[in-house]
Design a protein around this ligand. Structure first.
Ligand code: GDP
Length: 181
């Protein structure tokens, strides 16, 4: 049997964005395929592991959740240290959560340790299109001008969640393995 503790690469990913945008549910949708309507984060750092195979290599993604620290507007440096990828999440129905993206992006840039880090902007809650306050075009333009990947997701309806995490991981893999080659 394959030893689940053996892997070729380990990638640390962080998930940031305002409280309530759906970070915890995006992670649990991707890692466990579940959605928790009453999710309430505890204060501290949470870490989830997802093992994947990318181009015949075993990749272990360590996905870190702020677990509520963002409510206090201060996330420890330890959270970002060594990360090679980030999901930068806003809620498409909350203008304010998009407005704070540049602050999150700045924090990531100041703290991230890895120069090859890849960042994906995520507009979550795409199932609530009738309450939309941020257009796809606006987010796409922002992503393009800041060198970010972009996708809209719904953790609730399981739309694009796997695709978002997987394409982020594959992009990191491609960037890192090209460098090592
Ligand atoms: P976090 O604070 O960023 O970790 O956000 P949570 O994952 O705890 O989610 C905050 C709230 O948004 C919860 O009430 C979730 O049920 C809800 N939520 C999360 N993702 C979605 C989504 O894709 N669609 C909808 N409609 N609600 C969502």
């Amino acid at each position: 049997m394959e030893d689940e503790n053996s892997y070729d690469y380990v990638f640390k990913l962080v998930v940031v964005g305002d409280s309530g945008v759906g970070k915890t549910n995006l992670m649990s949708r991707f890692v466990h395929d579940t959605f928790d309507f009453a999710s309430k984060s505890t204060i501290g750092l949470d870490l989830t592991i997802k093992n994947m195979v990318v181009k015949n290599k075993r990749v272990r993604a360590q996905i870190w959740d702020t677990a509520g620290q963002e409510r206090y507007r201060s996330i420890t440096k330890r959270y970002y240290r060594g990360s090679v990828g980030a999901l930068l999440v806003y809620d498409i129905t909350k203008r304010e959560s998009f407005a704070t993206i540049s602050r999150w992006l700045n924090e990531l840039k100041i703290n991230e340790a890895h120069p090859d880090s890849i960042i994906m902007l995520i507009g979550n809650k795409s199932d609530l299109d009738s309450k939309r306050k941020v257009s796809q075009q606006e987010a796409m333009d922002y992503a393009e001008s800041n060198g970010l990947m972009f996708m809209e997701t719904s953790a609730l309806e399981s739309i694009n969640v796997e695709k978002a995490f997987e394409s982020l991981i594959v992009n990191i893999f491609d960037k890192i393995s090209t460098k090592l080659a």
